[in-house]
Ligand binder design. Structure first.
Ligand SMILES: Nc1ncnc2c1ncn2[C@@H]1O[C@H](COP(=O)(O)OP(=O)(O)O)[C@@H](O)[C@H]1O
Ligand SMILES: [Mg+2]
Length: 421
């Protein structure tokens, strides 16, 4: 590698430098999305590679797609920026830089790294892996020629195991601070390499606790209600208007399916009607809704379910297609399917007043297992479980909330929603 170089346009933010220069054996960088975490982590790996030629390095991420689509491309960009030569061996998932080797491994199968010996390691998006995976990586840093150092770069995910490791344990055992450190609260806005257009875009998509986590880089204890619905702002004297178009959104379910009818107004969408009966088949529910509201613009639904029930799921979609002869939309985009991020998209629209509920749906009507309003305002994070950043599934409120979520994500956020007609 080049021993010296002429002055170059390489720059790091103050927190990135603090991260790069720390001599601690273990250090976690917890920041907002695109705050410069992976860039810093990859730069650190290259610093180690330069300083410790007699050992290999390990770069891990929670999943293989995360490694392939985010961590590795960032590593290659840093290498290009530094002007270093490298070869990447796709089949071995191994990077070779001036004869030194860096292995790329996914932690969803962390057993594959048992038995290896490395000098230093980076775990990208660690909060989406597990404590077990972290322990396995720690155990691999046994190379006698290496510094035995570990770096973590990640957004937080509630106050889970990562919080325990880098906050609680350090409070309880101050002597650990000589070994383990944390840089947190690094905001997305702090990354001056991002455009204002990008910052404006993300600012509009997040709100509340989730924004503090995803943009503020904080460990947030999620608690209380998920959606900021308020009676005076979101319960409106509006009923179904036959002159306006309407959409259907469905959460399939054997026991408690949920079906919402939604209409657009200048101020935002209004949920004008619902079908919320227990123990009905999709055929029965579909036929009833076809009789009442036969001509929706399109139907949104559950993103293709897990492999275990994809068969029934398939037939549910087919059933609706057959009954309505209308497009049925659902997305495969993981960010839109993940409960945490998609719930935040709904919450953000609620906060902006872009979704309201008809007063007709404020109370449970005969035959309904829940009222639409009761479900939307009762949806909450699990109590006394700060590590959970996902709302509680109580089997009662979650179905209506899921149906609303499918509508919002498929209609407003998905460019790739699958159209089935
Ligand atoms: N020190 C830096 N020098 C140049 N570009 C940077 C630097 N830090 C971050 N960036 C840019 O910001 C983008 C987002 O940073 P990244 O580390 O991928 O974010 P995160 O991992 O926090 O989501 C990178 O793709 C890169 O273009
Ligand atoms: Mg990253």
């Amino acid at each position: 590698m080049p021993e010296t170089s002429s002055p170059r346009a390489i720059a790091y933010s103050d927190v990135q430098l603090q991260f790069l220069l720390s001599p601690l054996p273990e250090l976690a960088f917890v920041g907002g999305i695109r705050s410069g975490k992976t860039w810093a982590g990859c730069s650190w790996i290259l610093m180690m590679l330069q300083r410790y030629p007699g050992c290999t390095g390990l770069v891990c991420a929670n999943t293989y797609p995360q490694l392939r689509d985010s961590t590795l491309p960032t590593m290659l960009s840093v290498l290009d920026k530094w002007g270093w030569k490298y070869r990447y061996h796709r089949t071995d998932k191994e990077l070779s830089v001036y004869g030194r080797r860096i292995l790329f491994r996914s932690l969803d199968a962390y057993d594959t790294i048992r038995g290896q010996e490395h000098g230093y390691a980076l775990i990208d998006e660690a909060s989406y892996s597990s404590l077990d995976a972290l322990q396995v990586v720690r155990g691999r840093l046994s190379s006698p020629n290496g510094p035995c150092r570990l770096r973590i770069t990640t957004t937080a995910r509630g106050r889970g195991w990562l919080y325990d490791q880098f906050v609680t344990e350090l409070q309880e055992h101050p002597e650990l601070r000589a070994r383990r450190g944390l840089i947190s609260g690094v905001t997305t806005q702090q990354n001056r390499f991002l455009s204002q257009a990008y910052l404006d875009l993300v600012a509009s998509g997040y709100s509340g606790d989730y924004a503090r986590q995803e943009l503020g880089g904080e460990f947030v204890a999620f608690s209380g209600r998920v959606f900021p619905f308020a009676e005076d702002a979101h319960l409106v004297p509006v009923s179904f208007d036959p002159a306006l178009p309407y959409w259907h959104s469905v959460d399939f379910g054997r026991r408690r399916p949920a079906w919402l009818v939604i209409q657009p107004y200048a101020e935002g969408d209004v949920v004008v009607d619902a079908y919320l009966r227990e123990d009905v088949l999709t055929e029965e529910m579909g036929a009833e809704m076809k009789r009442r509201y036969p001509d929706p613009v399109f139907i949104t639904c559950d993103p293709a379910g897990d492999a275990s029930n994809s068969h029934t799921y398939d037939s549910d979609v087919k059933t609706l297609k057959k009954i309505f002869q209308k497009p049925v939309k659902y997305t495969h985009d993981p960010r839109l399917r993940a409960i945490e991020s998609s719930v935040a998209m709904v919450a953000s629209r609620v906060a902006q007043g872009k979704i309201a509920v008809s007063k007709d749906l404020a109370k449970r009507r005969p035959g309904e297992y829940v009222s639409v309003w009761g479900a939307l305002t009762g949806y909450a994070y699990p109590e006394g479980s700060p590590s959970d950043s996902r709302p509680a599934k109580d089997g009662l409120t979650d179905h209506v909330c899921d149906a609303l979520r499918y509508y919002i994500t498929n209609k407003y956020y998905s460019r790739t929603a699958v159209d089935v007609l």
